[in-house]
Design a protein around this ligand. Structure first.
Ligand SMILES: *Cc1c(COP(=O)(O)O)cnc(C)c1O
Length: 395
């Protein structure tokens, strides 16, 4: 079975982990800072705070922003649940924004609309969490202009985007945002098992997230090295040295991972060209060079005369895994119950047609040829049973 994504673990990774297992610190040891320093170097930021997972990275930044009950956070509806849930953990309400139907990315105009809806509903928008969907980036220059004009804090969800470049800078550099959150779940570009990190150039924000991660414990040396105080509610959101050792080892290969992902994307693009306009490769943004976590195509299933369900099943029968990223979060029962039915036509149109094809560094070129062949057949076989030959030729 070819999955839609998978981790890449080699002997160096295994040695790095076993070395920690033989050492003195399984957690709160030296590997944490070493991993954080490596993240700072790769993202070109001053501070990185590693934590238990990507969801918690979002939550930590949200608390550090001071988000609370009575606030609203603008979140694009096409994202993983975690982006919206992190705002709720802080007690804030979620104002879902629409996205561009072709790329699934939030645009500055979507943000403006969401801000207007906040105003109409008497909500107090305090932050926006833009999402670099699939590794393609939002135009953060434009979004930050709109956000800053309204006094919003900006936390970018870069769970998909490590290793990419945006406006000529590494993703996560926080040139235009207050903080950036990453995930190191095994389906993502680098893996630590579970794991996440926040990057920021703001010293106060960084210090706050660091203490929040560790129960907000402040040592008070005046009273003795054993003494500590907790002024506000903190958490155990730590990551282990075992995970960080794996992360450090993985980051050494990030450049290779991204280079290979880009090669595979170029090959898919080329081989899938004949299937346009029924199947369209992801649009490419001039302002970014993605690290490509996902290769999400848009398929006009109505024109291909097959449902997405049947299409995915046909590929599954051939041993090809695919996935849908994502069911718009505003349609989840929890959010529908909370906010009622919201209409976001861009998000819904993107969702109707999107499908993520397998993408990971050890995928071989011949695998891509095989996948594209099977996709072509899955679309055509269905057509044979329902149309004449001219219809097939059009495909
Ligand atoms: C994976 C993911 C997260 C959450 O990361 P975890 O490490 O699984 O908690 C958040 N946002 C997006 C867009 C993701 O894909």
């Amino acid at each position: 079975m070819i999955p839609y994504s998978r981790q890449n673990i080699n002997e160096d990774d295994i040695s790095a982990v076993t070395e920690v297992l033989r050492g003195d610190f399984l957690t709160t040891g030296p590997k944490i800072k070493e991993f954080e320093d490596a993240i700072c170097e790769i993202t070109n930021t001053k501070y990185a705070i590693a934590c238990s997972n990507g969801t918690i990275a979002l939550h930590l930044a949200g608390i550090a922003f001071g988000l609370k009950e009575g606030d609203a956070v603008i979140v694009p509806s096409v994202t993983f649940l975690a982006t919206a849930n992190a705002a709720r953990y802080c007690g804030a309400e979620v104002m879902f924004s629409d996205v561009d139907p072709d790329s699934g990315l939030m645009q500055a105009s979507d943000l403006e609309h969401a801000l207007k809806r906040c105003k109409d509903l008497g909500l107090n928008p305090r932050a926006v969490f833009p999402v670099h969907l699939t590794g393609q980036c939002v135009n953060i220059e434009e979004i930050s202009k709109t956000a800053k004009a309204s006094g919003l804090k900006i936390l970018t969800d870069a769970a998909h985007a490590i290793g990419g470049e945006l406006h000529g800078k590494p993703v996560g550099s926080c040139d235009h945002e207050d903080a950036c959150a990453f995930s190191f779940h095994p389906v993502k570009t680098i893996a630590t098992g579970e794991g996440g990190a926040v990057t920021t150039n703001d010293a106060k924000l960084a210090a706050k997230m660091r203490t929040l991660r560790h129960h907000s414990m402040q040592t008070t040396p005046k009273k003795g090295a054993w003494c500590y105080e907790m002024e506000e509610l903190g958490y155990n959101y730590r990551i282990t040295d075992i995970q960080c050792a794996l992360g450090i080892s993985q980051l050494k290969r990030l450049g290779n991972f991204v280079a290979r992902r880009r090669e595979l994307v170029a090959l898919y693009d080329k081989l899938l060209e004949p299937l346009a306009p029924v199947l369209k490769p992801p649009p490419k943004m001039q302002y970014c060079n993605p690290g490509w976590h996902l290769y999400a195509v848009k398929i006009d299933f109505a024109a291909a005369n097959i449902t997405r369900q049947n299409f995915m099943a046909a590929l599954h029968d051939k041993g090809i895994g695919t996935q849908v990223h994502y069911i718009p979060v505003h349609t989840q029962p929890y959010y529908k119950k909370r906010y009622g039915n919201i209409e976001l036509p861009g998000a819904e149109s993107y969702y109707e047609q999107t499908l993520s094809l397998p993408l990971y560094p050890t995928l071989r070129n011949e695998d891509i040829h095989f996948i594209v062949n099977e996709i072509t057949k899955a679309i055509q076989v269905k057509n044979e049973s329902c149309c004449n030959n001219s219809c097939q030729r059009r495909l």
